[in-house]
Design a protein around this ligand. Structure first.
Ligand SMILES: [Zn+2]
Length: 94
């Protein structure tokens, strides 16, 4: 059986829980979110996390859409949120 590199590097959203606390000042792993592409709902911890990409990418486990991208740069943290949450997504605390 061939091993898909992407699967080998894949983690779940819990893997980035510490990073999310560092950036947003709160634990977001239990945040309920909806995928804008396929409508899948679930806690952020259930998303697929790719931490070996440049920065961190969270993808929908149902349709593979990119739902959250976080990159640390020399000018600070940049992030792009596509997932839909009931009360909005928190702003970075720094
Ligand atoms: Zn989806």
């Amino acid at each position: 059986m061939a091993i898909d590199m992407n699967w080998e590097l894949m983690l779940d959203g819990n893997a980035v829980g510490g990073l999310l606390i560092e950036i947003f000042g709160q634990d977001l792993t239990a945040l309920w979110s909806t995928c804008p592409d396929c409508g899948r709902q679930g806690e952020l911890a259930t998303l697929r996390a790719f931490t070996h990409a440049p920065g961190v990418v969270l993808r929908c486990p149902a349709c593979d859409a990119v739902l959250l991208r976080i990159a640390k740069t020399t000018r600070g943290v940049r992030y792009d949120v596509r997932l839909v949450t009931k009360d909005g997504f928190p702003q970075a605390s720094r």
